[in-house]
Ligand binder design. Sequence first.
Ligand code: NAD
Ligand code: UGA
Length: 464
Amino acid sequence: MRKPKTSSKDRKILCIGAGYVGGPTMAVIAAKCPEYTVRVVDIDKGRIDAWNSKNLPIYEPGLDGLVEKARGRNLFFSTDVKKAIDESGIIFVSVNTPTKTFGEGAGMAADLQYWEKTARAIVECSHDDKIVIEKSTLPVRTAEAMHRILQSNNKGLNFDIISNPEFLAEGTAVRDLENPDRVLVGSMASRSGKAAAAKIADIYAHWVPREKILLTNVWSSELSKLVSNAMLAQRISSINSVSALCEKTDADIDEVAKAVGMDSRIGPKFLKAGVGFGGSCFKKDILNLVYLCRFYGLEEVAQYWSKVVEINEYQERRFVLNMIRSMFNTVAGKKIALLGFAFKADTGDTREAPAIYIARKLVEEHAEVSIYDPKAMENAKSDLKDIAGRINFARNHIECVKNTHAVAILTEWREFTTYDYRRIFDSMEKPAFIFDGRNILDRNALFKIGFNVHSIGKSPMRNI
Ligand code: NAD
Ligand code: UGA
């Protein structure tokens, strides 16, 4: 067995992939570990330029300050991937792992081409042993394939592969990174694998209590990430499925969620009914889990997890159908304001946002759609660029709601709860409808103003 070596590059960290995960994670590591040099590289020059500017490429509360403090001190952003690989001993790989859109496994399996290209670049540019860390979310047993690619080098180099999945949520990335529920460090059973895991655990131990750093085998770590996302999404689909039943039975979904969540075995989190979950990961990670189950011949297990995604799509469809039915079975020629486009509050990210489906469906029904989101307007324009001519991208909520027949709340932005709804009502066509897809507004107050109020999982309140 090879002896683990201590390298002068052990304090030189590289992250390949300067996205939602790579950027914030490395900013926190740089802030907490001043004796380490942290480099973040990406092939996307525009993204790197943005990381080096005042306008960071992603919006996350608390991130600007962190980056500003560490950048140029021990945090560097560049496009020179090759040089950075050669100079670093610890390499996090945080490239995207989207759902495959072609060939075998299309629409289900993870597309690992970016990961594999990165592994090959590491082999090509390395001149000494390195620790390579899977930060991206990957199918269980990817480390095996990666290890084979890395070890195929003919330079006699050793690469230890570690699985260290990320659990941050967008909008709370900095808080989650600074105070994680747990950090997973999965390694191979070899002596050098264990030594590599210890080095990675030492980095996190700068700010995370040791008892929260779990050392596991590499496969458990890979699978735990997929299962965590699947179980979080499952809770949302569970409560959303019950919201449909509430609408039929006059039960109130918020009351049901509260009562159920007060059972300490169930807990209150992730039981907020809404228009459906979005975000870049839940759907892709569940589909990936489903694909893996099928690959291993576990059809019943695959079908079980598949339903979580099906219910999510049902919830989005149900929301639009309810709008159409409530508005006298047609929205053709009617103006409809969508407040919120991001997949959740406090982020400008719109990947897999329910708003994309809802906007498209309404346009298909010949509605005149107007959109306002405090942070996601650029992404909204890009997501809908093929139908942009049929949509009004409003500069503020007042412009967005003016002369509309209905307002739909699609993101739980706090500012939506502070608007003057009397003024909004006065500026709208009558009867004025409000569809609260996030159950954040005071429905009794809206009803008193004169709105017809439709919430998720609650009986409608109709004035007319
Ligand atoms: P992202 O798309 O925001 O960023 C990925 C970056 O990798 C892009 O900027 C891309 O240009 C870069 N890249 C791709 N190939 C490259 C290469 N060969 N060399 C250099 N750079 C390359 O993705 P993300 O949201 O940061 O997600 C990254 C991974 O982390 C995914 O596997 C995702 O599932 C996982 N994850 C994401 C989140 C989240 O909240 N977004 C949370 C936990 C885990
Ligand atoms: C999620 C997980 O929470 C993170 O732990 C994980 O690291 C990440 O995915 C990932 O792997 O990418 P994120 O997608 O950023 O994080 O955001 P969440 O807060 O989980 O929300 C996801 C979606 O579920 C949003 O559309 C949100 O509005 C919706 N949601 C959430 C509900 O509809 N109800 C809830 O009770 C909670």
